[in-house]
Design a protein around this ligand. Structure first.
Ligand SMILES: [Zn+2]
Length: 1010
């Protein structure tokens, strides 16, 4: 390491410790300042960098290579960022100075744009705007000419206006008006151009239209045919109040779903519709939002229940929510439960009838009867909290903690506004993996396996073994990422390390997983393509290669670890998609290749240098983790290479084409055939063609040569021309030779786990040996790859029939979830209880019981499971009743005189979540209080729903109303009567009528007039 750092030039990165210190210093305590630039870095790259600088040395295999954000892009043509990337999961953000340091030290993968993002100052938050708002711009006079532009949420409409004037060459003198069109084509005038993008709810995918005043003083949009204002259109609509969609304002389905559930909660909606809230608005509550959330909510409820709209745009409401809770500003998908929780709390504080909260000291139960303690707790709660929300949604549960040491029992009664119930977690897990057979002709097979969730990697292999007949001991499991092995798993590693989104490949090995000192070694094999581009400054050939295709794991006898032998092994292994040239092609081949000798040579030369690398002994000693290889070396150099080759490298490195030339010259030209190619690549191992010939030649070919220096000099003066001409001359002399020699398809290099050639190579007497996990790259020239590597075939795989069998979903009863909620659990290490007797924190046992339930009970099914190792969404079907959910068995409270309190509930609304953890869609089912009919609300679209549709594995939040509070519908259900034809017409899609109308009109904009 010392050697490596002393040779550092100005462009070289500083020592690893310095790097770590520098970057840490920048990252620590750096605050977000509006206007500053931050950069996105692919998280795995950053993690690897951290590992490298913390544990590695300059040459360690954890060298992260160039900054590579490939995984963050949707595709590599437009470099459009993937949707819904999650900070610290997919990417990390680093300040500009940290980025520039890393960039200067590591460079960046060719052509990738840096992902610079600005810090923006938004109401109640300052954050890096990872996703700016991308909107379409056009002129009213030519709506086919659409330009896409990105704006910050902090930008004002006037900024957009300015950009539009520039892009469409609209003179400053022209008087203009701005309109915005959402995805559902409703158009709205942007009257206040000083409002921010955020506050106008302009979001990605929307269009901003600019119109210019006509010479006669009129506005183009006020001509009759385009006067169709959505508001006006809806004026005629007299539908069932409450049956009203909510427009999606860009990832706001979570909000719409929660709003529909609340809107169909009768006591709450009636409270707002009869204006009871006006008298109870609490403008002074420091915990509230000055009544603004309540007013915004009232506004939307009134619109939804006016019967005048097919759909309402909840813009004002969304803006208010964003102002008070920055997490809902709309950067990514949110959780309807989080929003609901925020909303219930916000509404409660805004409507709290208690203006001055008194301080109330909580008393411990101290053995008093539950009834007494519960009533006291409820009384105390009501003295501080008294609102329609408390009246409607708050219940009381009892929590009992028992100290494991002194057995002190602590009883408290706590209010709740929803029950978060766990889902029974399956002990099994479904994993999809690709099995790569030893048979070179077999395509990878995708299997779906059911494995124990708490199992080890070996369990995965054992399960796969049943399906394939291949012994589990002959399997090796790896996480493939960006054409390389992100991780190669040991059999005893926990399966929880593997995430569902990881691409897991299981490789069949020819022998049982090998011991370190065995005769076999497992090679990790990467495919790389050389680019003609090469970075001279870096001195590393890795800068000119990129990984492609699928990597392989192969078990190889150590005795066969000569380059020559490996070349043929790889050729066999890749046979399915690598077609070696037949003899008729060969001659042609050589002629063509001559032209390119110069370039190839460079590459080769770079390649050679690195190839001789490996873990040098000092490095091995320094790096505890790499003790394996160095030990092996000490143990008598049996590691890996056949003697001949090993010797060759230790003596002769850096080997270069020179050696080959020497060899060529010494051997008969006739025998050697022609191409310089061979010469160059010999060092890359495979200069020869026929196996027999090769074995002999290889040994000598890599022998040290005194001519090396001379050649290096040449190389140094060398302009391209010189390089090119030299081999050409030689070639021409040999062209006539009869003997055909095959040009190798690829060359072989030792690389690090990242597939980049290791650094600091060519200094000292580096011996060729593999580190604990040897990585080998198969390097292709682009032309050779094009000719002989069948990309289409390489990507093929087949699906095992297990993939066709739909994963059987488990069904649990809602009652089971409630029982789980009330099961005794032991507190976790992170969240202990302070025992007042022991005077210390204890991992107490905790039991929750339901004491009293509210009129409307919200049950939150905890489908999103976040643990240390895994985040998953449970798609268990929860069987919940639509009627008669009976809590009498769970309620502790017994009233002496009147018997049990009412405890039967009927379902009134469900919030659904479809999709996975990071993406997905929210909708809701809800029962209209007036007509008793169930409806399905999907943003702006509302359809009739049948009761049997309601129970699905998407159900996420359940709203139940206590039977004694339910009032009979005042209207006949719309479908059962079947009286009016208009009802039938609407029967399938209540608002499609509206959609069609608007869609039809969308070619001309429907705008309101002034
Ligand atoms: Zn205790």
């Amino acid at each position: 390491m010392a050697a490596a750092t002393t040779t550092a030039s100005a462009t070289e990165p500083p020592g690893l410790e310095t790097q770590y210190r520098d970057i840490q210093a920048i990252l620590q305590g750096r605050e977000l300042r509006a206007g500053d630039s931050w950069y996105l870095l692919e998280r795995r790259w950053f993690e690897q960098w951290k590992e490298y600088v913390q544990t590695g040395d300059q040459n360690s295999s954890s060298f992260p290579g160039q900054i590579n954000n490939t995984e963050l892009f949707e595709e590599l043509d437009s470099y459009h960022l993937k949707d819904r990337l999650v900070e610290n999961e997919d990417f990390v953000l680093v300040p500009a100075d940290a980025w520039h340091k890393l960039l200067s030290w590591y460079g960046m993968v060719e052509n990738q744009p840096p992902l610079e993002r600005k810090v923006v100052d938004l109401p109640s938050t300052v954050k890096v705007e990872v996703y700016p708002v991308e909107i379409f711009l056009c002129l009213h006079s030519n709506m086919d000419n659409v330009v896409t532009a990105q704006f910050s949420r902090a930008d004002s409409i006037s900024t957009i206006q300015k950009v539009m004037r520039e892009k469409f060459q609209v003179p400053e003198s022209a008087e203009v008006r701005m309109w915005m069109k959402s995805s559902d084509t409703s158009c709205e005038r942007l009257r206040n151009i000083y409002m921010s993008v955020l506050d106008t709810c302009l979001s990605t995918g929307m269009t901003v239209i600019m119109e210019m005043r006509n010479a006669d003083g009129t506005w183009p949009s006020s001509r009759p045919q385009i006067m169709r204002n959505s508001m006006e259109e809806q004026d005629s609509y007299r539908g069932q109040p409450g049956v009203c969609g909510l427009t999606n304002l860009g990832n706001t389905c979570f909000m719409n779903s929660a709003l529909q559930c609340l809107s169909n909660t009768p006591p709450l909606t009636e409270y707002f519709l009869r204006n009871a809230y006006l008298e109870e608005l609490n403008f002074t509550n420091p915990l509230g939002m000055k009544g603004e959330i309540a007013e915004a909510y009232a506004d939307i409820i009134k619109q939804m229940w006016s019967g005048r709209h097919y759909s309402v745009v909840p813009r004002f409401f969304k803006t208010k929510v964003g102002h008070f809770a920055s997490q809902f500003l709309g950067y990514q998908q949110h959780d309807s439960q989080e929003l609901l929780s925020f909303l219930l709390d916000g509404l409660h504080e805004d409507l709290n009838r208690v203006k001055n909260k008194e301080y109330i000291e909580l008393r411990d139960a101290d053995g008093r009867p539950d009834q007494e303690v519960a009533e006291e707790a409820w009384r105390n709660h009501r003295r501080r909290n008294d609102s329609v929300i408390v009246d409607t949604f708050h219940g009381l549960f009892k929590s009992t903690l028992v100290c494991p040491e002194c057995h002190k029992v602590s009883v408290t009664f706590d209010p709740f506004c929803y029950l978060s119930v766990p889902l029974p977690v399956s002990k099994e897990r479904v994993m999809e993996v690709f099995f790569v057979s030893l048979d070179p002709e077999a395509k990878p097979v995708q299997h779906r396996l059911v494995v124990p969730k708490a199992g080890k990697v070996f369990d995965l292999c054992a399960t796969l073994s049943e399906a394939t007949g291949v012994p589990a001991s002959q399997m090796m499991v790896a996480d493939v990422f960006n054409h390389r092995f992100y991780k190669i798993y040991h059999a005893d590693e926990s399966l929880s390390c593997i995430l569902d989104r990881d691409d897991i490949f299981v490789y069949e090995l020819s022998n049982a997983c090998v011991e370190q000192d065995s005769e076999e070694v497992v090679l990790a094999v990467y495919l790389r393509e050389r680019s003609h581009y090469r970075d001279y400054g870096s001195g590393s050939s890795s800068y000119g290669t990129s990984l492609f295709g699928h990597p392989l794991l192969m078990s190889v006898p150590r005795a066969q670890c000569t380059r020559e032998a490996l070349y043929h092994l790889f050729l066999q292994r890749l046979a399915r998609y690598v077609r070696p040239p037949d003899s008729s092609e060969e001659v042609e081949e050589e002629e063509e290749e001559d032209e390119e000798c110069g370039e190839d040579e460079e590459e080769e030369e770079g390649g050679c240098r690195t190839q001789t690398n490996g873990v040098s002994e000092d490095e091995g000693d320094e790096d505890g983790e790499k003790a394996g290889p160095s030990k092996r070396e000490e143990d008598g150099q049996d590691g890996v290479q056949s003697d001949g080759q090993n010797n060759c490298h230790s003596e002769a490195s850096p080997c270069s084409e020179v050696e080959e030339r020497t060899e060529e010259e010494s051997s008969s030209e006739a025998e050697r055939g022609s191409s310089t190619e061979e010469g160059q690549s010999a060092c890359g191992s495979t200069d020869t063609n026929s196996q027999d010939a090769a074995d002999g030649e290889q040994g000598t070919g890599l022998e040290a040569s005194g001519k090396e220096d001379e050649d290096e000099d040449e190389e140094e003066d060398g302009e391209e021309a010189a390089r090119c001409s030299r081999p050409n001359k030689r070639v021409s002399g040999r062209r006539c030779c009869a003997e055909k020699r095959r040009k190798p398809l690829f060359t072989i290099q030792a690389v690090n786990s990242n597939g980049t050639t290791e650094r600091g190579i060519g200094e000292g007497d580096s011996t060729f040996s593999f580190s604990s996990q040897p990585y080998i790259a198969i390097d292709w020239d682009p032309d050779m790859k094009k000719k002989y590597y069948n990309e289409n075939e390489a990507e093929k795989y087949v699906k095992h029939h297990s993939m066709d069998i739909p994963h059987q979903q488990t069904t649990v009863q809602l009652q089971e979830c409630i029982e789980l909620f009330t099961t005794v659990e032991t507190l976790e290490e992170e969240n202990p209880w302070y025992c007042p007797m022991c005077k210390k924190h204890q991992l107490a046992t905790k039991k929750l019981d339901l004491w009293s339930l509210p009129e409307v009970l919200i049950i939150h099914l905890k489908r999103f499971s976040y643990t240390k190792y895994s985040r998953e969404k449970l798609d268990t079907i929860v069987d919940f009743p639509l009627r008669n959910l009976d809590f009498s068995g769970y309620l502790l409270r017994k009233t002496g005189v009147n018997g049990e309190p009412p405890s039967r509930y009927d379902l009134i609304a469900v919030s659904n979540h479809y999709g996975g953890l990071r993406d997905g869609h929210y909708t809701s089912y809800a029962k209209n209080k007036d007509d008793g009919q169930w409806y399905y609300f999907d943003d702006s679209k509302v359809t009739y729903a049948r009761e049997e549709q309601i129970m699905t594995n998407a159900a996420y939040l359940l709203f139940y109303q206590r039977q004694d509070k339910i009032r009979k519908p005042t209207l006949p259900p719309p479908t059962s009567s079947g009286t009016s034809s208009s009802t039938n017409q609407l029967a399938n899609d209540i608002t499609s009528h509206n959609h069609d109308g608007v869609e039809g009109a969308s070619s001309c904009v429907n705008m309101e007039t002034d």
